[in-house]
Write a protein of this length. Structure first.
Length: 202
């Protein structure tokens, strides 16, 4: 039987009252003093990473792990990359290494071929589709901030807000087409407000 130990929740600063990654490691090893095998698993595993790993997503068959990772230990402002790990061999690769965006949340498509994530993009936070095989990137939503999303076999339901609207729910068909609005919260009251013109520049 192959043992896997997944550690999450460690940070690099005291800003949010959490432990440093090194402190968590030290405390864990101290608690595992009665289990040399688990100590070796943490200390000697070839896939142990010093920098932050977060947001684990497992494939349906449990054979692969997808996660977001920083590359520079101790550097809080480093951006997150998308990684894939073969849990049988420990082999790890970066998906879409040329993409210079930092994904915030991530889910796996029903067929296991695509990762969906939201990421900051010139003042917006759209939803993206990342093809696992070749790292292809496709933007799925227009202007606005996608604050939450969930994917299924038929489509993606997501919450999106803009500078002149609170979060509204939309459904996006996996097969393509335009998003369909599911909610219109405060539509009448928003119609009474005269919003200024907004321009994006960079």
């Amino acid at each position: 039987m192959t043992a896997h130990l997944l550690l999450t929740g460690a940070g690099f600063t005291y800003n949010w009252g959490g432990w440093l990654a090194k402190e968590l490691e030290g405390d864990l090893l101290g608690r595992l003093a009665s289990s040399p095998a688990l100590q070796r698993l943490v200390q000697n595993a070839p896939n142990f990473e010093e920098a932050l790993d977060t947001g684990p997503v497992f494939s349906a068959d449990g054979a692969r792990l997808y996660y977001r990772a920083m590359a520079v230990p101790g550097y809080e402002s480093d951006w997150l990359r998308i990684k894939e790990r073969n849990l049988a061999t420990g082999a790890t690769r970066e998906i879409a290494p040329g993409w210079d965006r930092s994904p915030e949340s991530m889910t796996l498509s029903a067929d296991g071929k695509t990762l969906y994530c939201n990421a900051g993009d010139f003042g917006q936070k759209p939803l993206f589709a990342v093809t696992i095989a070749d790292g292809g990137i496709a933007r799925l939503t227009a202007a606005g901030t996608v604050s939450a999303f969930s994917s299924g076999k038929a489509g993606i339901v997501y919450a999106q807000n803009t500078v002149n609207s609170p979060d509204q729910l939309y459904n996006l068909n996996i097969g393509g087409g335009e998003p369909r609005a599911l909610t219109t919260h405060n539509q009448a009251r928003l119609g009474e407000i005269r919003f200024g013109e907004v321009e994006q520049f960079h």
